[in-house]
Design a protein around this ligand. Structure first.
Ligand code: SF4
Length: 318
């Protein structure tokens, strides 16, 4: 598919005082095709949410570019910037914290419609009803407040709010992490249905590989601000090459206890190192059982190891 979003050498650094720099995103390059879902996976602190926020212009890159249909989103004039703000939306991890408790659901969904002046009066109201129905709620819900809903329903409200202004691209920032497992699948199915119906493009952020397989066409695995593996969802699960991806995959619980018992889990030892003043060489080396001398000196680059399958590891790309 033609790229809708093109991210080139993106860096986002934060000054954290005392001359220290936190390299949240450190040279990340990827693209998202029109109608595609790219999953972004990694432990907390790996920079995935920072990438998401930079894509919808909540953060400005320290370096690098983000193109939306060949236009650099940080070079847009005011009118174009407003258009982009309409086209690119975000769904948040905690549906409760992201919904104003003093506003009715109808007004929460209507807020974006008002800012962008898309529908007015009666049309505005019917648009809100239509959106509620689209996400599996009903029009009576418009006059109620967020606290009257369950976690899953609140996330449906968050999705309706994101859809209200007819976006093309949605950053889904761990939209299911705070929900019960039984509800997670419902929300993933809803997002997939909406994608088909409305021709949406997603970036789907998750902290593990358990649910992301079903929704993602391709998956990028992030570690300490960099992408360590990037390929199609099917290829990543059937033929992972990076030691970190393998560890993440082996951490997915399998519901069948017989299989679970016989499994060889790769345990990730130690915590994620700090992204402040990271070690030279491969950022994963302190936790990698294959680490070699070269891993201490040279940072591995993301290279194509087989068709459309990229990995950053000296083991495979020497
Ligand atoms: Fe492990 Fe070295 Fe590969 Fe890093 S580059 S993942 S330390 S083998």
């Amino acid at each position: 598919a033609k790229p809708l979003i093109n991210v080139k050498n993106l860096k986002k650094y934060f000054n954290v005082g005392k001359g220290q720099v936190l390299k949240a995103v450190d040279n990340v390059t990827f693209e998202i095709g029109q109608g595609e879902t790219v999953g972004l996976v990694g432990e907390s602190g790996c920079g995935k949410t920072t990438v998401g926020r930079t894509l919808i212009k909540l953060y400005k890159p320290t370096q690098g570019e983000i193109f939306y249909k060949d236009r650099n989103i940080n070079d847009l004039d005011k009118a174009e910037g407003k258009k982009y703000a309409k086209k690119a939306q975000m769904i948040f991890q905690d549906p409760y914290a992201s919904l104003n408790p003093r506003m009715t659901v109808g007004d929460i969904i209507g807020e974006g419609i008002d800012i962008h002046e898309i529908y007015k009066g009666k049309d505005r109201q019917s648009r809100i009803y239509e959106l509620l129905e689209k996400v599996g709620l009903n029009r009576e819900h418009a006059n109620r407040f967020p606290h009257e809903f369950s976690g899953g329903q609140r996330q449906r409200i968050g999705i309706a709010r994101a859809l209200a202004i007819e976006p093309e691209f949605i950053v889904c920032d761990e939209p299911i992490s705070a929900l019960d497992v039984s509800i997670q699948a419902q929300i993933v199915n809803l997002l997939m249905r909406l994608q088909r119906d409305m021709n949406l493009t997603y970036m789907f952020i998750a902290h593990d590989l358990s649910m992301i397989k079903h929704i993602s066409d391709r998956i990028a695995v992030m570690y300490l601000g960099t992408i360590v593996e990037l390929t199609s969802s099917h290829e990543l699960y059937s033929n992972p090459v990076h030691p970190y991806t393998k560890a993440l995959l082996s951490a997915i619980p399998i519901p069948d206890p017989k299989i679970e018992k016989g499994r060889n889990r790769i345990l990730l030892e130690g915590d994620v190192p700090s992204p402040i003043n990271p070690l030279p060489g491969c950022k994963f080396r302190k936790r990698c059982k294959y680490a070699m001398d070269v891993c201490e000196i040279k940072m591995p680059e993301l290279k194509e190891v087989s068709k459309s399958h990229y990995s950053a590891c000296h083991l495979i790309s020497r």
